[in-house]
Design a protein around this ligand. Structure first.
Ligand SMILES: Nc1ncnc2c1ncn2[C@@H]1O[C@H](COP(=O)(O)OP(=O)(O)OP(=O)(O)O)[C@@H](O)[C@H]1O
Ligand SMILES: [Mg+2]
Length: 378
């Protein structure tokens, strides 16, 4: 191994960019590969565009890397592991990604491991789904097994008629998952970093504020009871053990009115709900991801200030982003730290950046983060 290791990141979006930023700070060498010019990765010298399903491309990319990692569950980790020699680790392991990227397989695995999840059934046909939904009671949530993000691929239906109408547009050959609609009080998220030997650190519980089925803001600490905080963190840790996750794994949770905490889903990578940790915690989710995949000691997840709030900056038009003209307005908000991802195209609702503010309380941090995020138009 060279004096400083090289990590190869499959993916060139904002998560890869932020992973790379923390790696570079520690002089860990970074290389990125994306099938398309992803924009955000262009901040780095060794950012390659290539067909990442091609074994030759992967071999060339990974040959002198020490570790390969991914910024997305869809990146070809298994193909990389096949193409590369055994002494190059791929983390999270392809088996872990296999378990996570199909929502049905993931939920079944978590349930079997004793992690609490909403009641669900995998249904191959619409008739089966209607019969399951009749048993569950409406509403139910229909979920595609693979490829869904930001709520695309889900539908909440309130009757058998609605289910039958929604089915053809969503269902794949193996059907859909039918899940009981969870009447949660809040959506929470917990990040866990885990080393290959199983050692873990767990982040504080974050409250994820949703608007229009998208994460708008993340408030930390979440305004939950000590019992819920404890439960959420331990369920997150158990879930990450259950999939043998290595690196940073994010756990999306529902807090139920009766005090139960259910797992919605895992993401085998740093996550939007953990971006607050860059400024908010002693060690960011990205740095702990890098530490974990290199099997280095994990850093403290403690908050640096009593409260941290992140607000997403979403696209509000279609076109090419103009990076600079509104950023100074956001920078003028004291104590707010804007992040601009550098995506090549803007679309309404697309995550283009985020702002984090720290504070003595969640309310004041939220107000500053909102003000700065509102100022940015890309
Ligand atoms: N069983 C459920 N009951 C109630 N609401 C649900 C349920 N499942 C999902 N949701 C809502 O839909 C949102 C998106 O669901 P899910 O996380 O499964 O989709 P996704 O496409 O993977 O989204 P993302 O990329 O935003 O994580 C959740 O954050 C939650 O607000
Ligand atoms: Mg989700």
């Amino acid at each position: 191994m060279a004096s400083f290791p090289t990590i190869g990141i499959l993916g060139g979006g904002q998560l890869g960019k932020m992973m790379a930023a923390d790696a570079v700070r520690m002089s860990v060498n970074v290389r990125l590969l994306s099938p398309k010019d992803a924009g955000p990765m262009q901040a780095y010298a060794d950012a390659r565009v290539g067909d990442w399903t091609d074994p030759d491309v992967l071999r060339d990319f990974g040959a002198d890397c020490d570790v390969i990692t991914v910024e997305s569950e869809w990146a070809p980790a298994a193909e990389a592991a096949d193409a590369l020699s055994d002494d190059i680790d791929v983390w999270p392991a392809p088996d872990t990604l296999e378990l996570i990227k199909d929502k049905g397989v993931q939920k079944r695995h978590l349930a079997d491991a004793g992690c609490p999840v909403p009641t669900f059934e995998c249904c191959e046909t619409v008739d089966e789904a209607v019969s399951v939904a009749d048993d569950f009671g409406y509403p139910v949530v229909l979920k595609q097994y693979r490829g869904a993000y930001d709520g695309y691929g889900n539908a909440t239906v309130h009757s058998a008629d609605e289910l039958r109408t929604a089915w053809p547009d969503l269902a794949a050959d193996d059907g859909l998952m039918v899940e009981v609609f969870a009447e949660f009080t809040r959506e929470l998220a917990v990040q866990v970093a885990r080393r290959p030997g199983g050692e873990q650190v767990v982040y504080p519980v974050a409250y994820t504020v949703q608007e229009n089925h998208r994460c708008h803001a993340v408030e930390v600490p979440a305004d939950v009871s000590d019992a819920v905080e404890e439960k959420a963190r331990s369920i997150a840790q158990r879930s990450v053990d259950a999939v043998n996750g290595v690196g940073l794994i994010a756990v999306e949770l529902f807090e139920m009115p009766d005090g139960r905490v259910l797992v919605n889903e895992l993401a085998p990578r740093p996550h939007n709900t953990g971006h607050y940790s860059i400024e908010g915690c002693h060690t960011s989710q990205f740095e702990n991801h890098v530490r974990a995949i290199l099997d280095w000691p994990l850093g403290s997840t403690a908050l640096r200030s009593p409260a941290a709030v992140m607000v997403n900056v979403l696209g509000d038009r279609e076109g090419t982003p103009t990076q600079s003209d509104t950023l100074p307005d956001a920078l003028a908000v004291e104590g707010a730290t804007p992040h601009i991802y550098g995506k090549p195209d803007v679309r309404p609702g697309r995550k283009m950046g985020h702002v984090t503010a720290l504070g003595t309380d969640v309310e004041s941090a939220r107000a500053r983060a909102e003000r700065a995020a509102d100022a940015i138009h890309l």
